[in-house]
Design a protein around this ligand. Structure first.
Ligand code: ZN
Length: 392
């Protein structure tokens, strides 16, 4: 019995390895997969046949031969199902429908005023329902929903604490799962963003990266050796709450002088509203003023770049990453933020960890989190699909 169990496990692992190569390298031949993985051609063929049977892989005609019979090429079938990725923000919800390869099919953005947990969750459900209803016909339908949240959550998908929303202990996964009867994954928005960047963005070829999500607050997702680092109990990356001024103003987390009080979008808006004497000015307005050459507004962005640098120096010195990717809506202000930020890094970070480091704003703009969240749902689906095929 023991041996059968082990053999099944080996088969599952092999199948997920084969699927991984088809997902990341297609079009690819069976022979090439055997070559890369070291599995026998017979094993690869039998696993590929099962994957074709389950509709996640398809054959697309013959490829180039390196001598002998021309091989049949295999393609990952991204449209066998669809996933939903959500970025639950402090003032808005961004949600996308993607296929299984992460291609965005539809995108919805709605504002909320955080009137109550119930109202926001209701809006979240309405948004998700709209995307589900718009999904094209497919073999598996909607395979899962991934939600990135601005706070910390436990393994059961309870949102434990989201200081900028003022939420505590919300059983979000359970609430969404009960409504849609579809598997739901909840994770921190910066963790989802880091995975989004690693899979689809600037971090594709990088094993060690830190994704810094700059929104109303600041969070980080840390990827070490290609894997998301979650910390001992899942709460890593709360980097917006490193104290950069030991006796600074009070933060919503209870501490003093936290980085996000100086370098977040919220910090920028607070400063701008005070200095420009305009209580309603928002990021879009500031961007167009800077665009038009308003020197006072440009100075605000430059100061923000400096404050961003203060925290990024700590990340460089603590983690020695290859790549720091800055994400969030502030990426649109890159041209005013980058110069003061880099100047500060040059002056203050330790020279050795700085040597090979790249710092850039996200290429995905503010879509890193939704893409990462959707990919969590897809990853969970493939783990479960592999298991269910093996039960046959
Ligand atoms: Zn704080």
């Amino acid at each position: 019995m023991k041996q059968t169990g082990d053999l099944n496990l080996v088969k599952k692992i092999n199948k997920s390895i084969v699927l991984h190569h088809i997902r990341t390298n297609s079009p690819i031949s069976r022979a090439r997969i055997a070559e890369i993985t070291g599995l026998t051609k017979a094993t690869v063929s039998s696993l590929v046949n099962e994957l074709i049977e389950s509709s996640v892989v398809e054959e697309i005609g013959v490829g180039e031969s390196s001598g002998g019979r021309k091989p049949m090429m295999l393609l990952f079938n991204g449209t066998a199902g669809y996933a939903i990725g959500v970025d639950l923000g402090v003032t808005d919800i961004l949600a996308v429908l993607t296929d299984l390869s992460g291609k965005i099919i539809r995108e919805v953005r709605v504002q909320h005023d955080n009137a109550s947990v119930e109202k926001v969750v209701q809006l979240l459900k309405t948004t998700i329902r709209g995307l589900i209803e718009s999904a094209p016909e497919s073999v598996y339908g909607i395979i899962g929903i991934g939600i990135g949240v601005p706070g910390i959550c436990d393994e059961s998908g309870n949102l434990l604490f989201a200081p900028n929303l003022g939420w505590e202990n919300v059983p979000l996964q359970q609430q969404i799962e009960e409504t849609f009867n579809i598997p739901v994954v909840i994770d921190n928005e910066a963790n989802a963003g880091a995975v989004g960047e690693k899979q689809f963005g600037a971090g594709k070829d990088t094993a060690n990266l830190v994704y810094v999500s700059i929104g109303i607050g600041i969070g980080a997702g840390i990827i070490i050796k290609g894997e998301l680092y979650r910390g001992a109990t899942g709460f890593s990356g709360e980097i917006g709450h490193i104290s950069i001024q030991h006796d600074g103003p009070k933060c919503s987390c209870g501490s003093l002088g936290c980085w996000e009080l100086y370098a977040s979008e919220h910090a920028l808006l607070t400063q701008a509203r005070r200095e420009l004497n305009d209580d309603t000015v928002d990021l879009e307005a500031l961007l167009s003023k800077a665009e038009a050459g308003d020197l006072a507004v440009i100075a605000l962005f430059e100061r923000l770049g400096y404050y961003l640098g203060v925290g990024v120096v700590n990340i460089i010195n603590a983690y020695n990453p290859e790549y720091i990717i800055l994400g969030g809506r502030l990426a649109s202000a890159e041209r005013w933020l980058m110069k003061p930020l880099l100047a500060l890094l040059e002056k203050r970070s330790l020279p050795h960890p700085r040597k090979q480091l790249k710092v850039a704003f996200s290429e995905l703009s503010d879509r890193s989190t939704v893409l990462g969240a959707a990919s969590f749902a897809v990853a969970t689906f493939f783990v479960e699909t592999t298991v269910s095929i093996d039960r046959n």
